[in-house]
Design a protein around this ligand. Structure first.
Ligand SMILES: Nc1ncnc2c1ncn2[C@@H]1O[C@H](COP(=O)(O)OP(=O)(O)OP(=O)(O)O)[C@@H](O)[C@H]1O
Ligand SMILES: Nc1nc2c(ncn2[C@@H]2O[C@H](COP(=O)(O)O)[C@@H](O)[C@H]2O)c(=O)[nH]1
Length: 392
C-alpha cells in the first residue's frame, strides 16, 4: 500500500493539493480495502486504498456528514460498514455509520460508476414507521393528511417535499413545499440528498432525506404525500414504511374535484387527469401498496385510514420520555464482539450510572443510508474483557 494521498485533493489526475492540515486519522481494513477516515476542523473525509493494486481513491461521499468533535474511535462492523463513535459529542450525535458495502452503497456505486461511501447517523430505539400516501392528483390525499394532523397534532409530522413547481396562492415555502430551482434540486439529487424524486405532471418533486429525518427526530410519525413513482423508489429504499394508495370513486368525480379546487390551469387539469389513469392502474396492480382506500365519502375514508395506522380505538396519550443519554468519555476505546460494540473508558457514563463499559447492541439495526440507522440499544455494564481496535 503506497503512501496515502492527503485529504482535500482538488483533482486526482493533477496530484494532491493539501488545503487543510489533518487533525486525526483512522484506518480500517475491510476485505481487500483500507478505509482511511480523517477529520479536520470542519469535516470528515474518506480515502480508500485497494490493497490488491495499492491504488488510492477518493470516493463520492453520500449522506449528511458528521461534524468533527474532539476525536473519534472507529471499528469495522459486518464487513459492510464502519461504526464511528465521536468523543465529547451530544447523546444524539455520537454514533455514526460509514457504509462501505451495504446494498444501498452497492447500488449507488453502479449508478454513479464510482467508488462510493455513505454516512448514516445512529439513532437509539425504533420510531414508528413512516406512512406513505399516494394517489392521483385531486383524489383527496392532502385533505386526509390535514384531518389526521389536525386531530393528532403531536403524533404526526409532514415530510415537506421539494418541488420546482410555482407556489399556489396560500402555499408557504418550507411549510407546504420547499419551492426550488431545477438546477439546485438536480445538484442536490446528484449529491445524494434525496430519498426519492420524480418528474410529476411536468415538474420535479422529491423527498429529501432531511425532510423525513427532521420529523422522525422530533419524535413524530412521518407522513409522505408522494406520487406512485416516488412510492416505488421508497419501497425499494431501506426506509421501512406503510404504503397507502387512495383511489377516486370514478374519473368523473376526480375531474369534478380537480376543477372545483380551482388551483390548476385547464392545461394542467387535463394533464393531471391523463396521468391519473396510469397512476390508478399502477397503484392497484404494482404490489407497492399495503392498503388501497376509496375516497368516496371523506369521513368513511378517513376512518379507514385511521384504522390502518392503528388509531381506530381510544387513543391513550403516552408520556414521552427523553431518550437515555450517553456521555462518551474523551478517553475511551472501541472494540466489536459479535453484534456488540464495547466502549471502554475510565469515566464512561450512561445516564447517571457511572460504569466502566458501555455496550452498544447492534443486533437489531434498521434503516441506514440514505437516512438514519435505527435500533441501537445501549447498556452500561460493570466489567468485560475485550480487545482494542482503532482509536483516534
Ligand atoms: N371525499 C371527498 N369528497 C368530495 N370532495 C373531496 C373529497 N376528498 C377531498 N375532496 C376535495 O377534493 C379536492 C382535492 O383534494 P386534495 O387537494 O386533498 O387532493 P390531493 O390528492 O392532495 O391532490 P394533489 O395531489 O394535487 O395535491 C379538494 O378541494 C378537497 O376538498
Ligand atoms: N415523487 C414525489 N411526488 C410528490 C412529492 N411531493 C408531492 N408529490 C406528488 O406530486 C403530485 C402533485 O402535487 P401538487 O402539490 O402539485 O398537486 C401529487 O400526486 C403529490 O403526491 C415528492 O416529494 N415526491
Amino acid at each position: 500500500m503506497g503512501e496515502a494521498p492527503a485529504f482535500y485533493a482538488d483533482n486526482l489526475q493533477n496530484g494532491f493539493d493539501i488545503k487543510t492540515i489533518k487533525a486525526c486519522e483512522t484506518s480500517i481494513s475491510i476485505q481487500d480495502k483500507t478505509y482511511v477516515i480523517g477529520s479536520s476542523d470542519d469535516a470528515f473525509e474518506v480515502r480508500i486504498c485497494d490493497q490488491t493494486t495499492g491504488n488510492w481513491v477518493i470516493p463520492t461521499i453520500l449522506g449528511t456528514k458528521p461534524k468533527p468533535g474532539k476525536g473519534y474511535s472507529a471499528a469495522a462492523l459486518n464487513e459492510d460498514r464502519i461504526v464511528m463513535i465521536k468523543k465529547g459529542s451530544s447523546s444524539d450525535d455520537c454514533i455514526w455509520f460509514l457504509e462501505v458495502d451495504t446494498p444501498y452503497v452497492k447500488e449507488q456505486k453502479q449508478i454513479l460508476g464510482a467508488e462510493v461511501v455513505a454516512w448514516s447517523k445512529g439513532v437509539r430505539g425504533n420510531a414508528e414507521v413512516p406512512i406513505v400516501i399516494s394517489g392521483p392528483s385531486g383524489v383527496g390525499k392532502g385533505t386526509l393528511i390535514s384531518k389526521l394532523m389536525e386531530e393528532f397534532p403531536s403524533m404526526f409530522g409532514f415530510s415537506v417535499s421539494h418541488t420546482t413547481r410555482a407556489p399556489r396562492g396560500m402555499e408557504q415555502d418550507g411549510v407546504h413545499y420547499h419551492f426550488t430551482q431545477r438546477a439546485v434540486m438536480e445538484k442536490d439529487i446528484k449529491d445524494g440528498k434525496f430519498l426519492e424524486f420524480a418528474s410529476v405532471h411536468g415538474n420535479l418533486y422529491g423527498t429529501s432525506i432531511e425532510a423525513v429525518e427532521v420529523v422522525s427526530d422530533s419524535g413524530k410519525r412521518c407522513i409522505l404525500d408522494i406520487d406512485v413513482q416516488g412510492a416505488r423508489s421508497v419501497r425499494a429504499s431501506p426506509l421501512d414504511a406503510v404504503f397507502v394508495f387512495i383511489c377516486p370513486p370514478s374519473m368523473d368525480e376526480l375531474e369534478h374535484r380537480l376543477r372545483a379546487r380551482a388551483t390548476e390551469s385547464e392545461e394542467q387539469i387535463l394533464k393531471r387527469l391523463r396521468n391519473a389513469k396510469a397512476e390508478i392502474e399502477q397503484g392497484q396492480s404494482s404490489g407497492i401498496f399495503d392498503h388501497i382506500l376509496y375516497n368516496d365519502n371523506l369521513e368513511e375514508c378517513y376512518q379507514s385510514l385511521k384504522k390502518i395506522i392503528g388509531l381506530d380505538g381510544p387513543v391513550v396519550a403516552t408520556q414521552k420520555t427523553a431518550p437515555l443519554g450517553i456521555n462518551l468519555p474523551e478517553e475511551h476505546s472501541v472494540s466489536v464482539m459479535d453484534s456488540k460494540i464495547i466502549i471502554k473508558g475510565g469515566t464512561a457514563e450512561l445516564e447517571n450510572a457511572s460504569k466502566n463499559l458501555i455496550v452498544l447492541d447492534v443486533s437489531s439495526l434498521k434503516g441506514g443510508a440514505p437516512g438514519r440507522t435505527r435500533g441501537l440499544e445501549l447498556h452500561a455494564v460493570d466489567s468485560f474483557s475485550d480487545g482494542l481496535t482503532s482509536d483516534c
